[in-house]
Design a protein around this ligand. Structure first.
Ligand SMILES: [Zn+2]
Length: 360
């Protein structure tokens, strides 16, 4: 008993139209030599002039890709089944490892190969690598978002680790963007990670967001929230908003000039001291996780063009009641930034007025 070799259609004219042949060989290399003796010309179709396997041809031994075994040195024994699989024109442009990595979402009819390609071509900016940004970035990288930008000026501190799950003990003292980048690269090297270890201001925000398809606000202070909202409205950039405090969370998705913006709901930031920050009032870590993943879900749906986004809706979550409520929100024609006659036409750095700490 030898080795059963499955021959793909394009090579069958060399094997007298047989789709399956028996051959010998103690490894793939030897098998190819022996195949060529029986069916002259087959080797030059499979290997280049240096004898290396052509890159558009894959070998599988008993359903295992030899590139994840020993390549053409992969050993064979009697009874093994070898499949020769060439790339087929009109098929997918995915690498074999991408097909395997994303298989559980490619099989969803709402995603498929076309949707996966959209994800791989998408560019998402995450502002804040903290409680919201951590889970959000993990799942977006895992799903295969092509490019993820990370903005955060802070360094990792021990009190962050309770909820900012992308940072580990060993990262304390490290720039948050760098710490997050390392984890995301480790999950999925397909993703290009761009870091902005800086404080986002009226001076730099426009330049940064213009590179991206959608922005995620994972900051936890009012000056940044209003700055990000206004910049996104002014540059017509979709925005996923979420806020968290204690056991509560809120989320909405903003498509500028189509759906209400953050200022339509809350026209002005509260004066300093009226609404406490997480630093002062506390936050249950999982609440950040839940809201961060709601943002990730919204972004994936936006990129795929599937489902109903939280546009015109404010999702209000309470962990103690375990309640999710969707409130209808409306565009305000008099909104200072997205209304008919906007009065805010330049970005405002509220930190000049507020004395809130910049990050959570
Ligand atoms: Zn508005």
């Amino acid at each position: 008993m030898g080795i059963k070799v499955r021959i793909p259609t394009p090579l069958q004219k060399l094997t007298n139209n047989q789709s399956e042949v028996e051959c010998e060989g103690k490894n793939i290399k030897e098998l190819i030599e022996n195949l060529d003796k029986k069916y002259p010309g087959i080797k030059e179709r499979i290997c280049d002039e240096n004898g290396n396997l052509r890159r558009f041809i894959n070998f599988f031994v008993n359903d295992k890709d030899i590139r994840f075994l020993e390549g053409d040195n992969t050993e064979l024994k009697d009874g093994d089944e070898v499949s020769i699989i060439p790339a087929i024109a009109g098929g997918t442009d995915f690498r074999e490892d991408q097909i395997e990595r994303y298989s559980r979402q490619i099989i969803l009819p709402e995603i498929g190969g076309a949707g996966q390609k959209k994800l791989l071509n998408a560019k998402v900016l995450i502002i804040g690598c903290g409680g919201l940004g951590s889970p959000c970035a993990y799942y977006l990288a895992a799903a295969g978002i092509g490019k993820i930008g990370l903005v955060d000026s802070d360094k990792v501190e021990l009190n962050n680790l309770q909820r900012q799950i992308i940072h580990f003990m060993q990262d304390i003292g490290k720039q948050k963007t760098e710490s997050a980048k390392e984890k995301l690269n480790a999950i999925n090297p397909d993703v290009e990670i761009v870091t902005y270890p800086l404080r986002i201001t009226s001076q730099n925000i426009m330049e940064i967001i213009k590179e991206y398809d959608i922005v995620i606000d994972g900051s936890d202070n009012f000056p940044t929230r209003y700055l990000v909202n206004d910049a996104c409205v002014m540059s017509n950039k979709p925005l996923s908003h979420a806020g968290i405090l204690r056991f509560d969370g809120q989320a909405t998705t903003i498509i500028p000039h189509q759906s209400p913006c953050y200022r339509c709901i809350f026209p002005e930031p509260p004066p300093p001291g009226v609404i406490p920050s997480c630093q002062e009032a506390g936050i249950l870590g999982v609440v950040a996780g839940i809201l961060g993943l709601i943002q990730a879900t919204e972004v994936l749906k936006f990129i795929l063009g599937k489902g109903e986004l939280l546009i015109g809706k404010l999702l209000v979550f309470n962990a103690l009641e375990m309640s999710f409520r969707k409130l209808n929100i409306h565009r305000n024609n008099n909104c200072a930034v997205c209304g008919d006659k906007p009065t805010i036409t330049e970005l405002i750095d509220y930190e000049q007025f507020c004395e809130l700490r910049s990050s959570d």
